[in-house]
Design a protein around this ligand. Structure first.
Ligand code: NDP
Length: 264
């Protein structure tokens, strides 16, 4: 491995932020934040496997991402199939260095209108499946003494945002799980961290705002930087956590939220 040059004369030929030689599995990578995580990781020199339930967006995504991107159709809620998914990816593309648990769903309803089915569906996708896929990847990573696991959480885990009871419960569960897994896995070279996005401009946030200018204005009042984040703001944070630059970071939750977490 070449070392960073510090003489200021020539550009560095090695960067601790490089993902060269690393393979990442990114769930829900065909659109929104997941797509930009994949895009940033490819730009940082890595290879990515993206998943999702629908084939067409995945195909279109890898056409844009280029030859270091691959896809597999997979529904993370089919938990019994996740071991097989990891096995197929590793057999085809090599060992997974980074897992990004990005796939997620939301639903805005007053708590009293949320049915048990609604609640279960959201927690099943955003929390239960995240645990199962993490376990299947972590056991292989731990055997290799190397790996980075990144959960895409949400500021909804920290603040009382109205009408997202199930979503907030699922993301709070993820935040709690990060700390326990980070502690359990750290002796075997596997780091576990979360990124907690604020308002990021994607299909999900557009649906959540419902084209309502009052809701948008309220969201911006709670955002010191006064604007939505872009999906690549999360992408670059994920590159950092996957890279050697973050080799001493585990059990952390990194807010990428334009200042929401400063408080109101
Ligand atoms: P999008 O709705 O734009 O994208 C979600 C992606 O997840 C899609 O590619 C979808 O593909 C995939 N997906 C959904 N369900 C499943 C499933 N069961 N199995 C596999 N893939 C699935 O959402 P965002 O990009 O906005 O959100 C990504 C993550 O970021 C989520 O975890 C979300 O909670 C989090 N987040 C987003 C914020 C925002 O403001 N946008 C704020 C805070 C957190 P397909 O439908 O083909 O399966």
């Amino acid at each position: 491995m070449q070392t960073t040059q510090t003489d200021g004369q020539s550009s560095p030929n090695y960067s601790v932020f490089s993902l060269e030689g690393k393979l990442a599995l990114i769930t829900g990578g065909g659109s929104g934040i997941g797509f930009d995580i994949a895009r940033c990781m490819v730009q940082a020199g890595g290879r990515v496997v993206i998943t999702g339930r629908r084939e067409q967006p995945l195909q279109e995504a890898i056409e844009k991402l280029g030859e270091r991107a691959y896809y597999m159709v997979n529904d993370v809620t089919e938990r019994a199939l996740l071991n097989d998914l990891v096995e197929r990816i590793e057999a085809t593309y090599g060992p997974i260095d980074t897992l990004v648990n990005n796939a997620g769903i939301n639903m805005k309803k007053p708590a009293l209108e949320v049915t048990d089915e609604d609640f279960d569906r959201i927690v099943h996708t955003n929390l239960n499946s995240v645990f199962s896929l993490t376990r299947e990847c972590a056991k292989r990573m731990m055997a290799r003494q190397h790996g980075s696991i990144i959960m895409i959480s949400s500021m909804a885990a920290y603040y009382g945002i109205d009408r997202v009871a199930a979503y907030a419960a699922s993301k709070s569960g993820v935040e709690g799980m990060v700390k326990v897994l980070a502690s359990e896995f750290s002796g075997n070279g596997v780091r576990v961290n979360a990124i907690a996005p604020g308002f990021i401009e994607t299909a999900m946030s557009k649906t959540a705002m419902g084209g309502d200018p009052d809701r948008f204005a309220r969201a911006m009042r709670r955002t010191p930087m006064g604007k939505f984040g872009q999906p690549d703001d999360i992408g670059w944070a994920a590159v950092f956590l996957a890279s050697e630059a973050a080799k001493y970071i585990t059990g952390a939750s990194l807010p990428v939220d334009g200042g929401n977490s400063i408080g109101f």
